[in-house]
Design a protein around this ligand. Structure first.
Ligand SMILES: [Ca+2]
Ligand SMILES: [Ca+2]
Length: 292
C-alpha cells in the first residue's frame, strides 16, 4: 500500500499519527467556521476554550457581565440548558463547576428544599364583655370572642367558663381568621338585629362585681384568661356601655387593656330597639392596630 514517504502504513503507530493529524485539522476547521459548535466538542473532551458570546448562557444573575464568568461554567450551563435529558454525553461534569461561586441554574432538580410554611396559628381572645346587659334588660348579657390568628379556629370542645362555674359555656363552630364570635345569653334577641354565633345559658349570669373567665380549648388548655375577679376593668351598669378589649394579643387580665365603649362607634340594637353601647360582632371602638 502506497503512502507518503514518511508514513509506513504497515506500522500501527503511523496510523495513529495520521488519525491525530486529521482530527487536528478537523478541529481547527470547526473552530474557524463554527466556534460555538467547536466549543461544545472541546468541552466534551474536557478542553476549556472561550470566551462565549454574550447571551449564549443561562446563568441567573448578571448576563451582561460575561468577563467574570468562567468559560467552562458557561459552556456547561449552555449544554445543561439546551440538552437537559436527551443527550447524556453532554451532561455537565461536576469537576467543571466545582469551586465556582457563580449562581447556577438547576434544570429538572431542585437542590434547595422549599421553605416549610408555618402552620396557621389559632389565637382567640375574649374580646368584649357586656356584663351589664342591655338597656332593655340587665339579664341580656353577651360576650364576644375574636380570632386574631392567621387561620380559622375550630371551637368544638372549647369552653368559656367562669371560675365559679357559671357561666359555663360549651362552644361550637368556627371563627375565621380575623372573625368575631358573638355569644348571646338565652336567645338571639339579646342583640336583636345581629345574628349570634351561639346562644347559650349563662347560668346565674355574669356577676356585676367581677368574674374570672377562662377560654379553654379541646385539650383543656387555657387559651385566654380575663381575671377580673376583683372587679370588672371597664364598662358601666348605668348607661350600659360594654367592656371592650384594646389589644387581643396582650393579656386580658391587665386592667389597662380594657376600656368602655367610646359611645361613638356602636353596633346593633337591643330587644327594645335601643342602640347598643358596644360593638357586638364587630371591631371594638377602642381597639388598637392589631385588631381587624
Ligand atoms: Ca342576636
Ligand atoms: Ca366588639
Amino acid at each position: 500500500m502506497a503512502g507518503p514517504r514518511f508514513l509506513n502504513m504497515t506500522r500501527p503507530s503511523h496510523w495513529l499519527i495520521l488519525g491525530g493529524t486529521l482530527l487536528g485539522v478537523f478541529l481547527i476547521t470547526s473552530i474557524l467556521s463554527h466556534p460555538g459548535l467547536a466549543q461544545r466538542y472541546l468541552a466534551y473532551l474536557g478542553i476549556s476554550v472561550g470566551p462565549v458570546a454574550k447571551g449564549d448562557m443561562s446563568v441567573i444573575g448578571d448576563n451582561n457581565n460575561t468577563a467574570q464568568l468562567s468559560p467552562k461554567v458557561l459552556v456547561t450551563e449552555k449544554v445543561t440548558d439546551k440538552y437537559p435529558s436527551t443527550s447524556p454525553k453532554l451532561s455537565p461534569k461536576p469537576s467543571a463547576v466545582s469551586g465556582s461561586s457563580i449562581p447556577m441554574v438547576s434544570v429538572g432538580v431542585s437542590s434547595t428544599p422549599l421553605p416549610s410554611r408555618s402552620p396557621a396559628s389559632t389565637e382567640v381572645a375574649i374580646n368584649e364583655i357586656a356584663w351589664m346587659g342591655t338597656q332593655d334588660s340587665a339579664g341580656d348579657e353577651w360576650i364576644e370572642l375574636y380570632n386574631y390568628g392567621t387561620g380559622p379556629a375550630t371551637l368544638e370542645g372549647w369552653h368559656l367558663t367562669a371560675a365559679d362555674g357559671s357561666p359555663g359555656i360549651a362552644l361550637h363552630g368556627t371563627i375565621p381568621a380575623g372573625g368575631y364570635y358573638l355569644i348571646e345569653r338565652t336567645d338571639d334577641h339579646t342583640i336583636a338585629d345581629i345574628p349570634a354565633a351561639l346562644t347559650a345559658s349563662f347560668g346565674h349570669g355574669l356577676a356585676n362585681d367581677g368574674e374570672k373567665l377562662v377560654l379553654s380549648d379541646n385539650t383543656g388548655t387555657a387559651r385566654d384568661i380575663v381575671d377580673a375577679s376583683a372587679g370588672w376593668f371597664a364598662g358601666d351598669n348605668t348607661d350600659k356601655t360594654s367592656m371592650e378589649r384594646i389589644d387581643p394579643a396582650t393579656s386580658g387580665s391587665q386592667p389597662g387593656n380594657w376600656a368602655g365603649n367610646n359611645l361613638t362607634l356602636r353596633v346593633g340594637h337591643d330587644n327594645g330597639g335601643n342602640l347598643i353601647n358596644g360593638t357586638p360582632g364587630a371591631r371594638n371602638s377602642v381597639s388598637g392596630p392589631d385588631q381587624g
